[in-house]
Design a protein around this ligand. Sequence first.
Ligand code: 6PG
Length: 271
Amino acid sequence: MRCWRGRGTGGASDSAHRAGTVVHPLIETHPDPESLSEAVADRIAELACDAVEARGVFAIALAGGGTPRRAYELLATRHRHDVPWERVEAFFGDERCVPPDDRDSNFAMAWSTLLSHVPIVSERVHPVYLGGETPEVAAARCDALLRRRFPEAAEGAADARTFDLVLLGAGADGHTASLFPGSRALLERARWALAVEAPPESAVRHRVTLTPPPIELARTVLVVAAGASKHGAIAAALAEARAGGPPTLPLARVRGADSTHWMLDRAAADE
Ligand code: 6PG
């Protein structure tokens, strides 16, 4: 199998990413949602190949919502044969507490667009919410699974990492995963997954989300956002991230241990 090695653009973000330098958010803007989705799929494929070459596995925490759908479809088609899918392990950054076949389920979205179309090993796909359980039970199971899977990081070992990539979306209010502004989950440092309630206007209120520690210990965090509705949150979050002071928006807080990328379409970009 020929592993995906990017388009050789050699752009700043590619070279900085490939060098694994710890930099402020690297921001890539693409003309429209389709070209953004193509670039996101390419980036994930490249990260997967790099991780498998280096460590024999690629552990990704998938994002929910609607933005990543097209990138997942492109991963399952354009990258069906140049990603070592049998070495990929799929987790989720957050989940709505609905049955895994529900139209609002992040697992259902990833399953229908990507996971059911590639030869990923079923034991390496980790849905967060199985249905018929309390959010607290699901969060405790997710926490225990992550600690078993990343024991050095769970023990606080220096330079230990969790995921190779945490893919995150962006809410118009500045939330990411199911970390909402003002949520106590933003201050959680002990547990790696928590049951939380989304704001009243949310499609599904009961959620399970990764907390900041497992995200901060990921090698790469990749935030993907598209559409004018996200412009305000992106601009505010990047302004906070650049200011260096204590961030208020969840989006401003998310950092990978080795690199942090933002991939935006023009409508969402902070002009
Ligand atoms: C969720 C996601 C959430 C999402 C943003 C953006 O479960 O809804 O984890 O953080 O990524 O709300 O959603 P859209 O991509 O649908 O705009």
